[in-house]
Design a protein around this ligand. Structure first.
Ligand code: PMV
Length: 333
């Protein structure tokens, strides 16, 4: 049996729009988190072949089979050995079920890591670098952003001219200088709406085909990464916040201007944003927000202002969350 863990990640520059083969329309960069993770075990049995069963939190979940079947078909040429076995896949998340947190990134990354470890266990020699790169390719074919969850810290996915080694095929650890302030960066996730989102991210990605603002958006993502390079090096938090908030709002602007258009923010998403802006202006605390493809708000801030932000969350933001729920996470220090 093989067991692997992979955390969730939060994009700073967003992947939104893809090309054939689950390749990104633009490069993205993310923080890999720590506390929100998926742990997956794969047991392989040669007595039955070319089949699998999936258990989530101990319960058989045939409803996940179609998604996994598609994944196994996509990666068939890269992992031909899996056809020789029956796979029993057992998975669980550290974060509450149906919290509205996307679990596909951590889930696909954990499963991809299991398959590469299985290949190694079956005798294929690989360096650790090769193993992680292959896991990132496999994870990408499961769910694009999952390819970034194979690595910790800052991760880049998608070719960018100023980042050597960056590729559309897999994520890489951000290879340039990162200021200490970004190590152990905090992410408090405000669970504004725990329900299932009405529009899946795969539908959203597809709506970027023929989107009137697509080309400008893709160019902006390249430009934002270019601008983040000196920001990451210098620890320029003011500029950092300006870029990540612009990215979050652009992501949602793309949703609101696609055909058909849709809105994933909720009234409390906007209320939280307004309170964050007011708090930042009044206290000069360097706290910013980002959004994923949903209503929840990620508060991003350096570890040194943890106490002030915690007090602000308790006083002003908790009441905007479903059941008052906020998940405390951070980039691995
Ligand atoms: O990996 P997907 O297909 O679930 O897309 C993720 C899209 C965003 O979370 C909105 C952005 C990103 O880069 O993670």
């Amino acid at each position: 049996m093989i067991t692997q863990k992979a955390p969730s990640n939060i994009a700073l520059v967003k992947y939104w729009g893809k090309r054939e083969g689950q390749l990104p329309a633009n490069p993205s960069v993310s923080f890999t988190l720590t506390n929100c993770y998926t742990e997956t075990s794969v047991t392989y049995n040669p007595e039955h072949t070319a089949s699998f069963e999936f258990f989530f939190e101990g319960e058989a979940k045939p409803s996940f089979h179609p998604k996994l079947t598609t994944f196994f078909e996509r990666i068939a040429d890269l992992v031909p050995f899996i056809k020789e076995y029956h796979l029993r896949i057992d998975s669980h998340n550290s974060f509450p079920h149906s919290s509205g947190i996307a679990s596909s990134a951590s889930a696909m990354a954990a499963l991809a890591l299991c398959l590469v470890r299985m290949e190694q266990q079956l005798g294929t020699p690989m360096t650790e670098e090769e193993a992680l790169q292959k896991a990132s390719v496999l994870a990408r074919l499961g769910s694009g952003s999952a390819c970034r969850s194979v690595y910790s810290g800052l991760v880049v996915w998608g070719a960018h001219k100023s980042i050597a080694g960056s590729s559309d095929d897999y994520g890489i650890p951000y290879p340039l200088t990162v200021n200490e302030v970004f190590k152990n960066y905090q992410d408090s996730i405000l669970l504004i709406d725990k329900g299932r989102k009405q529009v899946s991210s795969s539908v959203g990605h597809n709506l970027m085909h023929g989107h009137p603002f697509a080309q400008a958006r893709f160019a902006q993502a390249h430009q934002h990464i270019e601008e983040l390079i000196p920001v990451f090096a210098a620890g320029d938090l003011e500029r950092f916040i300006a870029i990540i908030e612009s990215e979050a709002l652009t992501l949602h602007a793309m949703m609101q201007t696609s055909q058909p258009y849709f809105i994933l923010m909720r009234p409390n998403t906007l209320e939280a944003i307004n309170r964050i802006w007011a708090f930042r202006q009044e206290t000069k605390t360097p706290v910013g927000f980002t959004l994923d493809a949903g209503a929840n708000v990620h508060l991003l801030y350096p570890a040194f202002c943890k106490e002030a932000v915690q007090a602000f969350i308790t006083a002003e933001l908790k009441e905007l969350c479903e059941g008052g729920q906020v998940i405390a996470d951070a980039v691995k220090g």
